[in-house]
Design a protein around this ligand. Structure first.
Ligand code: ARG
Length: 459
């Protein structure tokens, strides 16, 4: 019976609806390992400080080890009337080892306990996600390494702009994911601070050694204000903001994969295992995985909004509102984990149709800027060169040909400085190769970037 947790004061039991409404055990049981680790560290410190005896510590350790086994094997019975993961584990401990179980909560509150558990759990997930982000980058870098001379149209306004290599385009995403990795490492610093010892809100009169608990659990430091320790969830907000930014990057890549696979682009094909068919149209192969990755960015951004809204009106310190932080956080982690894995795998299965990319780059006068630059090198002011080339493009459009297909004599009518050496300038490879500035699309620059990323990302 639930009244046990806060005992004698209550004169009537909770209604079933209130019980169900206030319980979190249905979802927070996923924190069980963090909860047990936190309890072990707390108990070890209580014993070291002489607050509980060595016998009690031994009992607690034995009981928690058994509980971990029960949970892992699925034998543990989670009880709704015990509200959450913390009370479920503590009740079972007391059932197993008696009085020592009742001493575990000395100098501790569920308020600092839950804050500790969530941080511990999230830290582990962050480390897993960091590895997946590395995998994502490696997949893109190894695809890029094969395509430093594969030319495609670079777009602005989704209109053909200038030729770029497919590798250069992919490495733009690697830059985004590299920044995401940096941001995640930064979020981790603020997640990895220990709330335990703040107790309910004001600290505790027991001589706790918080630094010892922090060391045991691998925290970098301890929260310096007990009120902040139990009420702060901005580590979760930051994580959700990180996840939202990362998913926006994933979503942009996914959108391009969808576009590229459309017959109207035809730039790539995806392995069958990442596509699904249609129940009515026999010819269909749809890039569902990429579409879902794009779509799932919505729920992650939604969770960020949910968490921000959850926090904005809360007075100090702990409020039950905070229990609502878990489901959005859990779903964010699950979504990121699956999405980063599947996108990295799928990127490895991209089949590049270089001919189609090149044909598309030929269609939009992508080397017009090169012709203007050519004239500037022959002494024309850039604005005049721009004007001359605009005339040339207009004529080429009228004749339905590319700039490179206009006879030299015709080109010279736009400006007499144009000579036979213009031919090289008007090719896609020539245009790309000329962009040798640091960060430009010239193959030698892009190859250097591939090497930089490889060295950074390791084997
Ligand atoms: N299940 C609660 C949560 O997730 C644990 C903390 C409850 N503390 C309290 N005083 N009711 O936030």
């Amino acid at each position: 019976n639930k009244a046990q947790a806060w005992s004698a004061l209550f004169s009537e039991p909770m209604s079933e609806l209130v019980q169900r409404y206030t319980a979190s055990v249905g979802f927070d049981q996923r924190l069980w390992r963090a909860d047990i680790d936190g309890s072990l560290a707390h108990a070890d410190m209580l014993a070291a400080q002489g607050i509980i005896g060595a016998q009690d510590l031994g009992d607690i350790q034995r009981g928690l080890a058994q509980i971990a086994g029960e949970i892992e094997s699925g034998a543990f019975t989670w009880k709704l009337e015990l509200e959450d993961v913390h009370l479920n584990i503590e009740a079972r401990l007391t059932e197993l080892v008696g009085p020592a179980g009742k001493r575990l909560h000395t100098g501790r509150s569920r308020n600092d306990q839950v804050a500790t558990d969530v941080r511990l759990w999230l830290r582990g997930e962050i480390d897993g996600l960091a590895g997946l982000l590395t995998g994502m980058q490696r997949a893109l870098v190894s695809l890029a390494a094969q395509h430093t001379t594969t030319v495609m149209p670079g777009f602005t306004h989704l209109q053909v702009a200038q030729p770029v290599s497919f590798a250069h385009h992919l490495l733009a995403y690697v830059e985004m994911f590299a920044r995401d990795a940096d941001r995640l490492a930064d979020v981790r610093k603020r997640v990895n601070v220990l709330p335990l010892g703040a107790a309910a809100l004001a600290g505790t009169s027991y001589p706790l050694d918080r630094e010892r608990v922090a060391r045991t659990l691998g925290f970098d430091g301890v929260c310096q204000n007990s009120l902040d320790a139990v009420s702060d969830r901005d580590f979760a907000l930051e994580f959700a903001a990180w996840a939202s930014i990362c998913m926006v990057h994933v979503s942009r890549l996914a959108e391009e994969i969808v576009l590229w696979m459309s017959q109207n682009f035809g730039f790539i094909d995806l392995a069958d295992r990442y596509c699904t068919g249609s129940s009515i149209m026999p010819q269909k192969r749809n890039p569902d995985v990429a579409e879902l990755a794009r779509g799932k960015s919505g729920r992650v951004v939604g969770h960020l909004m949910g968490l921000l809204t959850l926090m904005k009106g809360q007075p100090m310190t702990y409020n039950k509102d905070n229990q609502e932080d878990k489901e959005p956080l859990f779903d964010t982690v699950d979504t990121l984990r699956d999405t980063l894995r599947i996108m990295a795998e799928m990127a490895g299965g991209i089949v590049v149709k270089a001919d189609a990319m090149e044909r598309a780059a030929m269609r939009g006068y992508a080397t017009a800027t090169d012709l203007a630059d050519y004239l500037v090198k022959k002494g024309l002011p850039f604005r005049d060169a721009h004007e001359a080339v605009a005339h040339a493009v207009k004529v080429a459009i009228q004749r339905g040909v590319d700039l490179a297909e206009l006879p030299l004599a015709d080109l010279q009518t736009f400006n007499p400085a144009i000579e036979a050496d213009v031919a090289e300038v008007l090719t896609l490879q020539g245009s790309m190769g000329a962009r040798r500035v640091l960060g430009g699309t010239a193959p030698e620059q892009v190859r250097a970037q591939v090497e930089r990323h490889r060295a950074r990302l390791g084997g």
